[in-house]
Design a protein around this ligand. Sequence first.
Ligand code: NDP
Ligand code: 8X3
Length: 255
Amino acid sequence: MRPEHPVVLITGASSGFGEAVARLLAANGFHLALGARRVERVRVLADELVKAHGIKVFAGAVDTRETASVNAFVEAAATALGGLHVLVANAGLASGTFKLWETPDEDLEAMLRTNVEGVVKTIRAGLPHVRKAGWGHVFFIGSTAGHQPYEGGSVYCASKFGVKAMAQTLRLEVNGEQIRVTSVDPGMAETEFSNVRMKDEAKARAVYQGVKPLAAFDVAECVRWCLMLPDHVNIDEILVKCTDQASVHKVHRRA
Ligand code: NDP
Ligand code: 8X3
């Protein structure tokens, strides 16, 4: 049965979508477990949300690429909050815009280890707690890049096609349990994503030049809506783009 105040674990809560999901769900009375590598940011956010909403928040350092780090974070969160109900496997990144044959090992590994392995490790550690609770929801954060490949995105797209496959697989595997599985797949959204990808402020800004992109809050709202629906309703996938983006390759830009 749905608890009055479900506990939501969010990876990548130090920025962007993860932070926005934390803010929106805190305002809706959910308890939170927030993790990222930049733990100071997460702690500041946690303090703010506790004060503003009187909810319980656990804040911890986690590197989702590392099994021991993920397991320690998830166990500490579940112990501190008395269990887990919802997992938001959000931590992820793109690194560079290389042609497939130019992709350096460092960028290849960063994307596959975070976007694919990190998601597996997070859900692998968190799912037993969700099962124990008997009610839950697992969110994957995919991308339009998991629906339509584009030049310079081969490994990132491969990782997000992988996320889509994992979401579809998990839904099959937990069928019969009260665990919903949703993939929220955004198009271009202005967060720290392009700064991380481009490693250059001006190049990151140029990605959104003349466009009104999605904001992190728009994506958080998708998560909130799926969570709030009645228990018998599972939204499998939300493909959400800003109005200026008709497809990966067609973006309207104002002068
Ligand atoms: P941000 O860069 O703003 O946030 C990424 C978050 O992931 C940060 O909190 C970062 O925290 C965390 N993170 C990255 N690597 C790790 C790691 N190894 N361990 C733990 N946390 C990690 O980008 P977004 O909010 O935009 O990205 C969130 C997700 O959304 C990603 O999966 C991304 O691929 C996806 N996405 C983004 C889109 C966009 O256009 N912005 C569109 C579609 C999908 P820290 O560095 O502190 O560890
Ligand atoms: C992020 C959106 O278009 O940079 O997943 O791949 S895009």
